[in-house]
Design a protein around this ligand. Structure first.
Ligand code: ARG
Length: 464
């Protein structure tokens, strides 16, 4: 059989040009979406009276056979198969004969590929959301176990104020929660049917695009045929959300890499998520986290790749758009694998609460000293200054700030009295940060409940 578009051509495609042009090596991944779309399209053609019921039955039966061949891994791709669309149609013709030629009535590969890709993305979004929730569930479980586990909180990677490890865990939970909401939002704009737009100008056949949308599970029908065949915004959005997930996971990974060093010793990775060195027997390397950090580069790169493809494209379809699929597939595979590894690494993470606590330094309570003075009526700016003096005095003496004597404190300011000693209890500091969203165990319990509610609701929304 000749090419789909062979009519006006007499010469053969140059061999390199053929390899350049073919996309079957990667878009074969769209087989399921492509066949689903074709079955629905055959039925729409029959409803519109363009083909007979009997023809429709033969087409659908043939398409189901092609589907089975793919599902059972016995579909044989032929050298003439340019892309997944031509491959399916070529096989269909072998199975059902000339009637196969009626399937493409009023349809173009332009509206077909846009439809297939949207179906693929909708499935990918569902899978990504599930994978995100698994990471969130792992963070939530760790947070529940560490409501009272104190550790230094950092800014500029310098010890800043005491926090709880549970609070740290949930800080990543909420980042991922926003990503999940972005995915949901992205799904709304992806769930728009392009089929029925033809090559660019629409179809002259009376197919019901609404019915077609319902059959394929799309929430809406595209409003403009030019836009429908050339729009890849939905992919760009998906790649952006995936890139942002990558950035969030990369930051989480970086924290855990630092926390797992001998110098910190806050956490240890399970053997299932670390590797050894071929040279140095003592080493346990946090490869899972390093790769997580590294993979984010691919996710960001794939987004950039697509945006550059889209930039400057004239209306409507251009073959450049075929370059949308490899970044899409790579991103979906990368983000799903990364999420599942991160979920496991977090779930099995061993936390060394004693090491975390030992890293607390009374100087991290200097802010609490200032807050203590504020409660005694001193304006915060002055209190901050006086507390700074105490830090400097301790440093000059070579002692810890909590080792200053009452006389020392009084030498700094008459506002101080023996109650300042009370300030130097880390638990007190943490539990004082009790406003909603703070690190106190009580506030954290409330935060945990709201995170649990969030996760329950998200999971219920897709009925998993
Ligand atoms: N393989 C093509 C793609 O991925 C399908 C659409 C081809 N359309 C065309 N007018 N040549 O974009």
């Amino acid at each position: 059989m000749g090419k789909l578009w062979g009519g006006r051509f007499s010469g053969e495609l140059d061999a390199h040009m053929k390899r350049f042009n073919d996309s079957i090596t990667f878009d074969v991944r769209l087989w399921q979406a492509d066949i689903r779309g074709s079955i629905a399209y055959a039925q729409a053609l029959a409803r519109a009276g363009v083909i007979t019921r009997a023809e429709c039955r033969r087409l659908v039966k043939g398409l189901r056979q092609v589907y089975a061949e793919f599902a059972e891994d016995r579909f044989a791709i032929q050298p003439t198969d340019e892309d997944i669309h031509t491959a399916v149609e070529r096989r269909l013709k072998e199975l059902v004969g000339e009637v196969a030629g009626k399937l493409h009535t009023g349809r173009s590969r332009n509206d077909q590929v846009a439809t297939d890709t949207r179906l693929f993305c909708l499935d990918a979004i569902r899978d990504m959301r599930r994978a995100l929730w698994d990471v969130q569930a792992a963070l939530l479980a760790q947070a529940r176990d560490h409501v009272h586990t104190l550790m230094p909180g950092y800014t500029h990677l310098q010890r800043a104020q005491p926090i709880t490890f549970g609070h740290w865990c949930l800080s990543y939970f909420w980042q991922l929660a926003r990503d999940d909401e972005r995915l949901q939002d992205c799904a709304r704009r992806t769930s728009v049917l392009p089929l029925g737009s033809g090559a660019l100008a629409g179809t002259p056949f009376a197919i019901s695009r609404r019915a077609l949308a319902r059959a394929l599970g799309f929430k809406q029908v595209s409003q403009n045929s030019l836009d429908a065949v050339s729009d890849r915004d939905f992919i760009a959005e998906l790649l952006f959300v995936a890139a942002l997930i990558g950035v969030h996971l990369s930051r989480l990974a970086e924290d855990l890499i630092v926390y797992s060093t001998a110098e910190f010793g806050f956490v240890q990775f399970d053997d299932a998520y670390a590797t050894g060195s071929s040279l140095m027997p003592q080493k346990k390397n946090p490869d899972a986290m390093e790769l997580t950090r590294g993979k984010s580069a691919r996710l960001i790169g794939n987004l950039t790749r697509l945006l550059v493809v889209l930039k400057g494209l004239p209306m409507a379809y251009n073959k450049d758009l075929q370059e949308d699929k490899e970044p899409l597939f790579d991103t979906v595979d990368t983000v799903l694998l990364t999420l599942s590894v991160v979920a496991g690494a977090v779930r099995t993470l061993q936390v060394n609460a004693a090491r975390m606590r030992a890293a607390l330094d009374p100087a991290m309570l200097a802010t609490d000293v200032a807050e203590h003075l504020v409660r005694c009526g001193v304006p915060f700016r002055e209190a901050h200054h006086l507390s700074g003096k105490a830090v400097a005095l301790a440093e000059a003496r070579g002692v810890r700030i909590d080792q200053l004597s009452l006389a020392d404190w009084l030498s700094i300011s008459p506002h101080f009295d023996e109650r300042v000693m009370e300030v130097f209890r880390f638990e007190r500091s943490v539990s004082s940060r009790d406003a909603e969203g703070g690190t106190s165990p009580r506030a954290l319990q409330a935060q945990l409940r709201s995170a649990e509610r969030w996760l329950r609701r998200a999971r219920r929304s897709v009925g998993s």
